[in-house]
Design a protein around this ligand. Structure first.
Ligand SMILES: [Cu+2]
Length: 275
């Protein structure tokens, strides 16, 4: 599939230890929504871009030019904002896509691999258009911040800039059963076994490091979701294993997430310095 145009978004899907940390990408562009699995172990079966499952829209799903793709601690991807327009129609705010979309990339959390079916869900509408120079970023409380934009995609100074900030609340927001991390280490070395203290240890289904994002022009090249192997050796204790190498998780600041068996991430992810 050709990479036809810049200003559309793409994201590295969750890297999972049960899956050998195989890289998968999701791309949303003028050609639609596609993904690829970068598994080169079989020369007779090289990686190929494949259309994703059909998006949850009554007709043709919108383009999201200048929109954002944000990894959530659940392992899903949230698509934020953008403009439903082509090169020919400019960038009118009137064509803003206010609805978000959540993509479940087909992770089967019981087996820890990509064995399940993908699905898309269209979410509530935002109030502010997010056009050229807008950003979307995961916050440590699990909400997604959206900010910035140039009015009608125009060049210029303060008079064309959007200063309103909005947050997207995933379904787990406000759920009183969200787990809580009481204590976690920092810094953390590669391959190191470490402890997380939480009263909710017995119902934790996933532990992940999520690299802190840095967003520009519809692209957050820093965000990544790195799942960790873990055990529950004692009441209130999780024992997890840090990523093996900088190839899987480059050194730097991460958020540490625990997620329970009801798809609920912890209320506040602590920052942790890896490597
Ligand atoms: Cu720019």
């Amino acid at each position: 599939m050709p990479y036809a145009e810049t200003n559309h978004t793409a994201v590295l899907l969750p890297l999972l230890p049960g899956d050998g940390y195989t890289a998968r990408l999701l791309m949303i562009g003028p050609e639609g929504s596609h993904r690829i699995t970068l598994d080169t172990s079989d020369p007779g079966n090289p990686p190929v871009w494949q259309p994703t499952a059909v998006r949850d829209w009554p007709g043709e799903p919108p383009l999201r030019k200048h929109g954002g793709a944000v990894l959530l601690p659940t392992g899903e991807v949230f698509l934020a904002g953008g403009i439903d327009s082509t090169e020919d129609t400019g960038l009118p705010d009137a064509a803003a896509v206010l609805e978000g979309e959540t993509y479940q990339p087909g992770i089967d959390w019981d087996s820890g691999g990509y064995g399940a079916s993908e699905s898309w869900t269209t979410t509530a509408r935002a109030t502010v258009p997010r056009n050229y120079h807008s950003v979307a970023l995961l916050l440590p409380n699990g909400l997604v911040l959206t900010a910035g934009s140039n009015l009608d995609g125009s060049e210029g100074g303060d008079d064309v800039k959007e200063y309103r900030i909005e947050t997207f609340s995933p379904p787990y927001d406000g759920d009183p059963r969200r787990p809580e991390i009481l204590q976690a280490p920092s810094p953390l070395g590669y391959g190191e076994t470490f402890q997380i203290l939480t009263a909710d240890a017995a119902r934790i289904q996933r532990v992940a490091l999520m690299r802190c994002g840095s967003v520009t022009h519809a692209w957050d090249g820093d965000q990544r979701y790195v799942g960790l192997e873990f055990a529950n050796p004692a009441d209130g204790v999780l024992e997890a294993v840090a990523p093996p190498t900088g190839g899987v998780a480059p050194p730097g600041p991460y958020l540490l997430w625990i997620v329970d068996d009801g798809d609920r991430p912890c209320t506040l992810a602590p920052f942790l310095l890896l490597g």
